[in-house]
Design a protein around this ligand. Structure first.
Ligand SMILES: *Cc1c(COP(=O)(O)O)cnc(C)c1O
Length: 385
């Protein structure tokens, strides 16, 4: 094994981005109808909870993803929280998820009083692995009158959240089959994966429900925003109701029939989202071209490997990823890239290392712990393509 030449990595990244000075990890691109829709929205005075752009944005999301319903929300975390709640997750239930994820995945379960339960990831997708999932369920799962319990904690296991890491689809088939076997609903965290396909079907359409995010650093942005996807008419109606203060429709009366959230996406954010979605195909083309340029640039660089999509998957390549062979040199590499102005980043600290999730139930996490020490994300703005 030839050893890592850090200068070579810095030069390769600099060459791919083709830009001097400070380079951000991920910048949005506003080169379409953004200003025109925002102006129209402001002139209409409907910038807030009512307006035409919200339903237009939801319809565009349905078209892009092939989901029967899309319910726009204030952010991806809120979308995931409500999706879990509608999937039947209740206080003190356990929710299976990867430890290798952004904190919002675990928080979304905590907000409803549920407990995250961490299962290992796999190297080929960076997502939760079906083998780790089935082994963990075999080790602690117990079927008890129509539900599954964790034999060790006594809690009900109420949902599984696969997360499509950096836009790379998880092994959907494998996970679906384990979930179906145990009859546990799947709620996809597709917040990083708008535009990613698994066997030509958009991710986020496999689970009972799923969540998207349109935060400033995601592939399209509404400033802040998110959406719930589902094919189920009844669940979709519940999602809309629960995210809009659970108000019964009436011309003037304020009747709310349960404790609902104010999680709607403001019209002005949706206006931005419509303009962004119009450009999604181009963004994905650019991101995939950029990923291909990184792949080629690193073909001859020893000591690091560019992470590439699996056969049958089409990733949006939201964040480009290097896997460092020698984890002892990861920080040295991060320092060199950042000293050069290239904003490279490590992956998130694994959830079970954070103080609030330290004592959560978990299976073996060897792969996630190994990946945590090796991943470096590279500048990935679409404009570099
Ligand atoms: C971005 C993200 C979220 C949450 O989205 P927000 O819109 O920022 O609330 C959830 N999970 C993962 C893995 C994310 O990357």
């Amino acid at each position: 094994m030839r050893s890592l030449d850090i200068g070579k990595v810095v030069a390769a990244v600099r060459d791919v981005v083709g830009q001097e000075g400070v380079v951000a990890l991920h910048e949005p691109q506003f080169s379409g109808n953004e200003k025109s829709y925002l102006t129209d929205c402001i002139e209409s005075t409907f910038v807030s909870t009512v307006g035409v752009y919200v339903s237009k944005f939801e319809m565009m999301l349905q078209q892009v993803t092939g989901s029967k319903h899309a319910i726009a929300c204030v952010n991806g975390t809120a979308a995931l929280q409500v999706a879990l709640q509608i999937a039947g997750v209740r206080s003190s239930d356990e929710v299976i998820m990867p430890a290798l994820t952004f904190v919002a995945t675990a928080n979304s379960a905590s907000f409803i009083g549920a407990v995250p339960h961490f299962v290992d990831s796999e190297r080929k997708t960076l997502g939760i692995g079906s083998k780790a999932l089935s082994e963990r369920l075999a080790a602690i799962g117990e079927r008890a009158n129509g539900s599954v319990r964790n034999r060790e904690t006594g809690a009900r296991i109420a949902a599984i959240i696969p997360m499509h890491t950096f836009g790379h689809p998880v092994d959907v088939e494998g996970i679906e089959s384990v979930a179906a076997d145990w009859r546990i609903p799947v709620v996809e965290d597709a917040t990083e994966a708008l535009g990613s396909l698994y066997h030509n079907r958009h991710v986020g359409t496999f689970g009972l429900l799923s969540a998207l995010s349109f935060n400033g650093n995601k592939i399209i942005t509404t400033g802040g925003g998110g959406a719930i996807l589902t094919d189920d008419d009844e669940l979709a109606a519940r999602a809309k109701h629960l995210t809009t203060t659970a108000k019964a429709p009436h011309r003037w009366a304020f009747i709310h029939d349960e404790v609902g959230y104010n999680f709607r996406l403001p019209n002005i954010n949706a206006a931005l989202g419509c303009a962004q979605l119009e450009q999604l195909d181009r963004f994905i083309e650019q991101k995939r071209r950029l990923a291909e340029r990184y792949r080629r640039a690193f073909e001859t660089v020893a000591g690091v490997a560019v992470f590439v999509e699996q056969a049958g998957a089409r990733s949006n390549y939201w964040l480009n990823t290097l896997i460092v062979e020698d984890p002892e040199r990861r920080d040295e590499l991060l320092a060199a890239l950042n000293n050069d102005g290239l904003m490279a980043r490590p992956v998130w600290t694994l959830m079970h290392r954070l103080p609030m999730y330290h004592d959560c139930p978990r299976g073996p996490l060897d792969v996630a712990e190994d990946l945590e020490r090796r991943i470096v994300n590279l500048p990935s703005s679409a404009k570099f393509a």
